[in-house]
Design a protein around this ligand. Structure first.
Ligand SMILES: Cc1cc2nc3c(=O)[nH]c(=O)nc-3n(C[C@H](O)[C@H](O)[C@H](O)COP(=O)(O)OP(=O)(O)OC[C@H]3O[C@@H](n4cnc5c(N)ncnc54)[C@H](O)[C@@H]3O)c2cc1C
Ligand SMILES: NC(=O)c1ccc[n+]([C@@H]2O[C@H](COP(=O)([O-])OP(=O)(O)OC[C@H]3O[C@@H](n4cnc5c(N)ncnc54)[C@H](O)[C@@H]3O)[C@@H](O)[C@H]2O)c1
Length: 688
């Protein structure tokens, strides 16, 4: 029988260190296939003690979470912990998840609450029947013990900097949470896993507080600190804001200085997190000391941190004999990399894309975009050194690892395992219901909605439900480039009544250190953008204004996608069968629009923002679920709840990409200006 993680921890020498890796179920089929390949490589080379699989709050990712857990536990034979939340979903779903986990051989569950439970008044049409059973995570711990006895090893969450303020909690204070953590532990928790932190002092204080707690319940229980590698400045600031954790001032200063240089942020991030690991290793522990890494399904930085922190377990004789050594790696035609480069300790996590003389398994028809190891001359079972080289971008396999390089590009490549997620916890408003009501009030008609979007685009409202925005106290969440097209966006919102969610202006090749448009390695390249805008509009406007307008201009000038609540999908591309499930959508090369790209010295063209059918449809599903998340914060049948529901059912989500960005015109000329603004004039109805 598969082991419990507590058994695996207990079997380690008392002074050993271990680590675990967290993954979320990717949104697209291709992301899924590629995560499986990535997981296999990471598992064999990095050798985590166990992995964990997230669960979308309210059960929103139930099927995909179980599928990923199956890949981990059964296919890859990794000891797997399934996260499970209990609020705002039916008890039947909890039972199903536990039964299924058992069938898969999973013996470890991280028992969580999820979002605060909606009371009966806000509970829609009997969708959830859980509230009577589950209010807090402790209820789930008790339920698992009651229904499954000791079969599962149960973990619970803790917050070194305090659980964020919510409906049940008016202050963020770790001491305030302790009685409830005691309750969860007494109810049967076997281990504690913490929220991510970058604050070693806060963490040390927290762990000491637990170990010395008067109840004595935390004396020996494994407490595993959560750490998130720093993938980009944007992800760092976004994740810490969403999780309500601090970036200690020295780290904030270091990151702030480097924020315009993606590679430098990643390099410093590896050092910062490795320093935190080093510091945590010094905290006295009653048993082996573990570390949990929130990977966001990204591979590169976590590999470097594990290497730098010396956390990768050594291979035993038996391990080594199981690993076939393949032919040497090749970094450019004709030159072999010596096996002496077994360690990447002194190399940097740069974006080095190497053109390999060996053929790559990269047919665009092929949904598996991470080439098979053996097809590119790597050992069938990559070992630690080959994976680290891949993570560095070396060899043909490393090409896909470059996905990791610019995860700050809007929503990235749908083939990347990391596509479109920030925490893997499913669609959410990212604020409490009380804050949401304060921010967005009680809209009851289109005028109220337009007012919200006008205020957002004008910088008066820092977020709308579909666009997270920056910190409220910073006054707004729009990028500087969005301000340059503010008048155009306002014409769509006020003139047309279309509610814009995301956008970008055209850019006809500016230096990569440009103060507004620059990204990627600084001073080394040029960046380009096609204009795009994404918005909700009514069914009437979609049919009677937009479709005729699209027909008039043709797909060589405007590429567009549109979807609605019932999953209808239409686009400027040749018609596809309409009954294709998102999950089975194949990569359609014709649907790919790189809307942001950069050309840098010594690299292939980098395309951090791609708009294509599969990603648009995945986002569309989420965007319509966000309408539901929003309406549920108002009492059932209230005017606002009814209005949001009706509007959601009528709306189309439309994304339009302008194919002109000024190419071929003289920079700074009137002709360039006309081209760059053309899409906006057409959409506003100003261009015949
Ligand atoms: C390691 C980790 C993994 C996670 N994975 C996921 C995931 O996969 N999917 C997902 O949706 N979310 C996940 N989360 C987020 C989690 O669901 C949220 O943080 C949630 O708000 C709280 O969950 P909990 O299990 O800590 O809840 P609880 O232990 O129920 O605590 C929630 C809050 O209520 C307070 N409280 C508890 N009992 C009482 C009581 N009797 N009276 C008053 N107040 C009380 C606690 O102090 C705390 O403030 C994860 C969090 C962590 C730290
Ligand atoms: N089309 C797709 O395939 C797809 C896939 C996933 C996400 N998305 C979009 O991405 C957004 C989230 O991604 P992100 O957080 O990386 O984007 P982001 O926050 O970086 O926003 C993208 C750009 O749109 C601008 N913007 C923000 N709010 C706007 C508004 N109300 N009107 C016009 N412009 C606005 C921002 O300033 C930014 O320049 C979602 O809101 C969604 O619209 C689209």
């Amino acid at each position: 029988m598969e082991k419990k993680i507590t058994e695996k921890i207990a079997a380690l020498p008392p002074d050993a260190n271990y680590f675990s890796l967290e993954f979320f179920p990717p949104k697209t089929r291709m992301g899924f296939a590629n995560l499986s390949a990535r997981l296999e490589r990471m598992a064999q080379a990095l050798r985590p003690l166990f992995v964990t699989v997230t669960w979308g709050a309210g059960g929103s990712t139930a099927a995909r979470s179980l599928e990923l857990a199956e890949v981990c536990q059964r296919q890859l034979q990794l000891t797997t912990v399934l996260h499970l939340t209990c609020t705002n979903m039916s008890r039947k779903l909890v039972d199903m998840a536990l039964d299924e986990a058992k069938v898969l051989g999973i013996r470890n569950i991280l028992a969580l609450r999820g979002d605060p439970p909606r009371s009966e008044e806000y509970n829609m049409h009997g969708e959830d029947d859980s509230n009577k059973d589950f209010t807090f995570a402790v209820d789930l711990v008790k339920y698992i013990r009651k229904t499954h006895g000791d079969y599962f090893c149960v973990g619970v969450a803790a917050y070194p900097e305090g659980h964020p303020v919510d409906a049940f909690q008016d202050t963020q204070d770790p001491a305030r949470d302790i009685p409830y953590l005691v309750e969860k532990t007494v109810a049967g928790a076997d281990f504690i896993m913490t929220q991510l932190t970058y604050d070693i002092d806060a963490y040390t204080k927290f762990e000491n507080m637990l170990r010395n707690h008067e109840s004595g319940v935390f004396k020996t229980i494994p407490i595993i600190p959560g750490l998130m590698p720093i993938h980009s400045y944007k992800i760092l600031t976004r994740v810490t804001k969403l999780s309500h954790v601090t970036i200690p001032p020295p780290i904030a200063r270091r990151m702030e200085e480097l924020k315009h240089d993606d590679d430098a942020v990643k390099r410093a991030g590896v050092d910062i997190v490795s320093e935190i690991v080093g510091g945590m290793k010094d905290i006295p522990s009653p048993g082996p000391r573990g570390f949990h890494f929130y990977t966001l399904n990204l591979e590169k930085t976590v590999s470097f941190i594990l290497e730098q922190s010396d956390l990768i377990p050594p291979y035993s004789e038996a391990d080594n004999s199981a690993i076939e050594e393949g032919p040497p790696l090749v970094d450019f035609p004709g030159r072999a990399l010596g096996r002496s480069r077994a360690s990447s300790m002194h190399s940097q996590p740069h974006n080095r894309v190497i053109v390999d003389k060996l053929s790559v398994h990269e047919s665009s028809q092929d949904s598996q975009h991470e080439a098979l190891a053996e097809s590119v001359g790597l050992p069938m079972h990559p070992n630690r050194s080959t994976t680290l080289l891949i993570s560095e971008g070396q060899g043909s396999l490393g090409r896909e690892a470059t996905w990791d390089d610019f995860p700050n590009g809007r929503w990235g490549d749908a083939r990347s395992p990391a596509f479109g997620e920030i925490d893997g916890y499913g669609p959410s408003l990212h604020v409490t219901s009380a804050v949401a009501r304060r921010l967005w009030g009680h809209p009851v008609d289109a005028k109220d909605m337009s007012t919200l979007f006008r205020r957002h685009v004008s910088g008066e409202l820092h977020m709308v439900p579909w666009s997270e925005g920056g910190a409220e106290e910073d006054g707004g969440g729009l990028n500087a480039e969005t301000e340059l097209i503010r008048p155009e966006l306002l014409k769509l919102i006020d003139g047309r009544g279309w509610w814009t969610l995301a956008s970008q202006p055209a850019v006809n090749g500016v230096k990569s250190d440009h103060h507004i448009f620059g990204w990627g390695p600084q001073r080394e390249g040029f960046v380009f953008q096609k204009p795009f805008v994404e918005f909700f509009c009514s069914n009437n406007d979609y049919k009677n204004i937009l479709k005729p307008l699209f027909a008039q201009h043709g797909s060589d000038k405007l590429t567009w996608f549109a979807t609605n609540i019932s999953g209808a999908f239409e686009s400027s591309l040749p018609a596809q069968p309409t009954d294709v499930e998102l999950d089975s959508l194949e990569d359609n090369p014709e649907s790919v629009n790189a809307v942001t790209w950069g050309v840098f010295r010594g690299k292939e063209i980098v395309t951090p923002t791609i708009i294509e059918e599969v990603s648009f449809r995945a986002w569309g599903e989420e965007a319509f679920r966000i309408w539901d998340e929003w309406r549920r914060i108002y009492p059932r049948g209230s005017p606002t709840e009814t209005y949001l529901d009706t509007t959601k059912n009528d709306a189309w989500l439309v994304c339009v990409v302008g194919q002109q960005f000024g190419a071929g015109t003289k920079q700074g000329s009137k002709e360039e200006e006309d081209e760059v603004k053309w899409m906006w004039r057409v959409l506003a109805g100003e261009d015949a």
